[in-house]
Design a protein around this ligand. Structure first.
Ligand SMILES: CC(C)(COP(=O)(O)OP(=O)(O)OC[C@H]1O[C@@H](n2cnc3c(N)ncnc32)[C@H](O)[C@@H]1OP(=O)(O)O)[C@@H](O)C(=O)NCCC(=O)NCCS
Length: 150
């Protein structure tokens, strides 16, 4: 658990899933369903973490820890809470957790047009590895595959 500037970063539990599913639906182009998010709570390799401000969940991150690789699946912060370094704290938490599980690098895919997310990842030092053509649908778009070596 990390407390920074009134933001609590903690592992999600069953009672958080409805809110996380809503945040995913409202902020992500290809949101995860409630059922998908619920399953994450039971996989040993899955890390589902939320950011809480004044007892309200305002963002979350989902990662898979399969050493030597950690993979970022999804990250989102509610519109009113953006640019307050909440995503930075969520991502830092997952990077530190994956390092403690002996991971050596983190990978992710991001839509080519998602400049906000690409800026966030670049700030952490993620580098573009390759392009995966038409990985995304609705709308169809290429993905940039990025990797951060620890
Ligand atoms: C991407 C996202 C998670 C960033 O959340 P956030 O809490 O606002 O990010 P932070 O405040 O931690 O930003 C850290 C850095 O990322 C970059 N960044 C974040 N948002 C940015 C924006 N709108 N424009 C340019 N750079 C941005 C900046 O470098 C920023 O550092 P700075 O504020 O010191 O300049 C948020 O915009 C979001 O939820 N987007 C919709 C969901 C999404 O696209 N998720 C990723 C794919 S699933």
């Amino acid at each position: 658990m990390i407390l920074n500037d009134d933001v609590l970063i903690r592992v999600a539990t069953e009672t958080d899933i409805d809110v996380i599913a809503r945040i995913s639906k409202e902020n992500c182009i290809n949101p995860w369903t409630k059922e998908q998010l619920q399953q994450e709570l039971y996989y040993d390799f899955a890390l589902l973490v939320c950011a809480v401000v004044k007892k309200k969940i305002v963002g979350f991150i989902s990662c898979h820890i399969t050493e030597p690789e950690a993979h970022l699946n999804e990250i989102a912060v509610e519109g009113a809470f953006r640019r307050k370094h909440i995503a930075t704290q969520l991502l830092s938490y997952c990077i530190e957790n994956s390092i403690s599980h002996k991971c050596e690098y983190m990978t992710l895919e991001v839509r080519q047009s998602n400049t906000e997310a690409i800026s966030l990842y670049s700030k952490f030092g993620f580098k573009e590895l390759t392009i995966r053509k038409s990985l995304y649908t609705n709308p169809n778009e290429d993905a940039i595959v990025m990797r951060l070596d620890y």
